[in-house]
Design a binder for this molecule. Sequence first.
Ligand code: F0G
Length: 353
Amino acid sequence: MNWPGLISHYQPYLPVTEKTPRLTLQEGNTPLVHLAHLSKDLGIELYAKVEGANPTGSFKDRGMVMAVAKAVEDGSKSIICASTGNTSAAAAAYAAKAGIRAIIVIPNGKVALGKLAQAIMYGAEIVEIEGNFDEALAMVRKISETAPVTLVNSVNPYRIEGQKTAAFEICDQLGAAPDVLAIPVGNAGNISAYWKGFKEYNEEKQTGLPKMYGFEAEGAAAIVKGEPIANPETVATAIRIGNPASWNLATAARDESEGKIESVTDAEILEAFQLIARKEGVFAEPGSCASIAGVLQQVKNGSIKKGSKVVAVLTGNGLKDPQTAISQIEYNPVVLPNDENVIIDYIKGVVNE
Ligand code: F0G
């Protein structure tokens, strides 16, 4: 089947009218990969929903295709968002495809290189502020109240509508909802979207409901601590957010599903980052790996029971953030003279190890 993209495929489940443009970069329909080695080590059945396989390399494409299509339907010529990087890449790409302008407001020096490159290449109007994501979001929310621009952060309900489709796909790929859905939490839109998706699909098709396990980075764990964090810090810049906009929806998802929202340390995130690449061949950006780090933590403490079917959402592609891979993971390149014999001897030594 030639995949038509989210709006066409999931039209009956989305707020789509005849006038909604069928905008698409063929987002969605991402792989659900069985993580066989980790499953064996942990004694669970673990899968990764590889959202890095979306057109701009993150789950944001699902929400952005809806938000931009509806903005165009409503006659808007410009969209605006605050971003830690992925939202801005998706906004810029879909605005380019739709032929409208994207204005993105990002924290200076805190956006991974690949994401910044995307915004530049897709031709967004880029504003870097000497502040963090939360401050940028407050600013764009205010601007969008008076200026003729459509806000496309996840406070725009069409974003959540598009993003809920990932839950539909997981149910279709597994035949039913998993026991546990593990997901990174930043601004808390995605955990809310998945929960909405699982509930809607269950009503329609009796696919069951998972427990929602959300994971914040320890230095940005506002929901876990119960109060906003003025200066959030984490190696996982994607989720460097101290005052999540969808806080109440996220805690509702947690409570209704009898799940949890917990925090993982940067060390745990980096360990998971390396583990899934080396053991499973899946390269996901650090923020994404909060889900895997969380699964490791919750299996260890007994909260996720042996034999459980668990899906971890890997929200963004590892190539988004090559700098963290190179600077945080130990890497000792071997530099040899340009001499065939020396190189052959060296390689023989490696393969005989
Ligand atoms: N993972 C990645 C890779 C992200 O980019 C984000 C959020 C999240 C997880 C968290 O999702 O905010 O819905 O709880 N990135 C936003 C951005 C904030 O601007 O790209 P959330």
